[in-house]
Design a protein around this ligand. Sequence first.
Ligand SMILES: Cc1cc2nc3c(=O)[nH]c(=O)nc-3n(C[C@H](O)[C@H](O)[C@H](O)COP(=O)(O)OP(=O)(O)OC[C@H]3O[C@@H](n4cnc5c(N)ncnc54)[C@H](O)[C@@H]3O)c2cc1C
Length: 508
Amino acid sequence: MKEKFDVIVIGAGIGGLSAAIFFAKYEKKVLVLEKHYIPGGYLTSFSRKNYQFDSGVFHLTDMGEQETIPMFIRFWGNKIESEKVNYKFKIFNGEDSYIIYGKTAQSDLVKYFPSDEKAIKYFFDLSSQMMNQTLSMGAPKAPYEMSFWEKLLFGIKAVTKTPTFLRFGRKNGRIFFKKLFKDKNLATIIYSYYPISSLILFGFSFGWTNLLKDENYYPIGGMQAIPDAMVSSLKQNHGEIKLSSEVKRIIVEKEKAVGVECLDGSKYYANIIISNSPIHYTLNKLLDSYSQFDSQRKQIAEREIFCSVMLNFLGMDEAFDYQGTNFFIIMDKNGLELKEKDLTPENCPILMIVLPKPEKQKGDSILIGAFLPYDYNNYWSTNNSKIRGEEYKKTKEEVFKIILERITRKLGEDFQQAIKFSLASTPLTLERYTYNEKGSIMGWKMDKKNYGKFFRHETAIDNLFLVGQWTFPGGGVPGAMAGGYYLAKNILAKESINLEADMARKAK
Ligand SMILES: Cc1cc2nc3c(=O)[nH]c(=O)nc-3n(C[C@H](O)[C@H](O)[C@H](O)COP(=O)(O)OP(=O)(O)OC[C@H]3O[C@@H](n4cnc5c(N)ncnc54)[C@H](O)[C@@H]3O)c2cc1C
């Protein structure tokens, strides 16, 4: 007997889960297949030696009561508890260091750099204007879904409502700061919040404006609480999830996607197949024999992607005193001049976050992101093969040691001695766990050339759709979650279900 579903979703990342729950809520028979033994993709947590860690995500946004994540979870009939996070940053730039609080970041910066007061005000005003203007446009519609007239109207509305964004938003952030601020230390500090050389100015404006808003929340129970709440929403709505179930191919018959086959040989069939498996993996592996995707394969191979990161995890002795700082950043003195390809263990930007810890945990859990490229040392000493052997392990440990030494030089020997547990990963680890191409943490590159250019959910094959950070409306947790909504909205509209209206009614 063939087991038949209405909808099969490949991958329990945030985009996949979001789409799955929307369909389940409208009484579709839904199955999610996830290769890992926990749901969440990039948004997961894990425990080792009595320490709980999040597997990534540096600055989660949209966790306020009226923002995307809690709002969606409420719509699905569930809830998520969170605690407020007050950020205290210590930013090291070469030999200098600066303390900056999230809520008072602007005035803190003025205290350190009084001669740049005007430029600081200009940056923060510009940023909040851009944020307000883009918000005033309302929920976005995918450009490729707009009719000619809709596009024309959108264009006119954008010119009148978002002039600052149109003029400045897509400029390169790093170059903009170098020109704007007289003091290069200040430029480096502003840049250090998202130290990615290709990132557009709007990315930095988004980050710093969110800090000043002082509306930062952390899910109680860790980041895993978000996918867990999503899985329980799925089950409440009679959807099914099978973990440790890797899909090896999408079954296509007569130009239509009809099912999937898993590594263990099990087959599942459905009217709609949605892949949350990253786009490169979906087209090149799950659909490798279908020539219909040749032009899209070429397109994705040529398109640039967002950077990856080396993630390190530390379990600390409870006695170590961070003096209230929960976010450390270490920048090389020359950090503002370094492009992604120039980064080495000795000079790369390091972000170090002291994670809010579970009630019963004694020492702190620390997440360290070191911005090192995927292709460092021929894919981290695998001769570009990605086959992880002794050389890979050795290189990973050597790089980790250098990163720790750089941190210890700033925080003192006590820091090194307080480490009770450590674990290092590389961009290859991110790729291996999620199949995101080259461990890209956000999908496509967010530079002038690529920002806002979306891949569709629809594909060249009937009944097959894509969702997640590589498709509209793009990367980040709220973006991937919104992607599930847009995809479900369009498909459900064919059955006269108005998801947008239902969401608006519930939000009231
Ligand atoms: C270090 C780091 C920091 C980040 N910081 C932030 C931040 O501060 N704020 C923010 O908003 N976002 C941040 N992000 C980005 C954010 O986490 C992602 O954009 C988002 O979670 C991606 O969701 P997704 O739906 O695309 O799925 P993914 O997370 O890519 O998950 C895809 C899922 O599909 C599964 N899968 C793949 N192939 C198969 C298969 N063949 N069969 C079965 N299952 C399969 C994978 O196991 C995985 O669970 C960060 C990411 C990282 C890594």
